[in-house]
Design a protein. Sequence first.
Length: 283
Amino acid sequence: MDTEKYLGFSQDEILATLLDLGLSLLIAVVIFIIGMRLAKFFSKMVVKILEKRDSDKGLITFMKGLVSGLIKVLTVITVFSQLGIEMTSFIAILGAAGLAIGMAFSGTLSNLAGGVMILIFKPFKVGDYIECQGEAGTVKEIQIFHTVMTTPDNKTIIVPNGPLYTGNITNYSMQPTRRVDFTFGFGYGEDFKLARDTVLEIVKSHDKVFQDPEPFVKLGSLGDSSVNLTVRVWCKKEDYWDIHFYVNEQVYKKFGGGVEGLSIPFPQMDVHVDGRLKAPAAN
């Protein structure tokens, strides 16, 4: 028996093959170790970046798992390729499956992407009062797939994050100050200066109304039944409704009761009867 031959291969060929296999295996192990460490490193980096941005804990956990998982998958594919395992067919099958799943869950993926964008860019936060998708309420929870709001009458509204992020959002709580707008009417022929000074005195009497910028009271329009004053005052956002109700109440007391010689007009129609018209004769 030829000791230098085994199953048709020489000892040198077998040794070279083993060395190649050993080297590939060693490189694969090194790639695997480096890949796992990179996954850990980049996931920690993402967590630090999001924590500095004061991001939601749900987003931090999601992004950490996503980054770590992607790097680990790429590492495993690279290791298999290094070992000579054909991955082309597997990747093609995986891609086709991913496409099918993506089409089946397109709405869910859209909501996922919207949730991630909301948590990263923060067009609103928990506690803000917002208006979106035809709904308005206070934000109670921002989850990955949907946002939960409650209305002033304590109804719960769940809005999908996909259309929420791509649509218009009005955030009433983002700015520290707000402007309160009013329109008050008084009768034609009544004293304009008296009406203006009375309203100005009312808005300035509230201690939460800013004096800088100065309250704005001007003649806004000449209506069908009234002369209309346009009133604008600034305040802290949390004082908006307090001032809104106070000013309306005080203006009604002054104008409605005619205390200041002013009145709140209402729509009127003058009807003139022509006495020349005769009733039709009875048959």
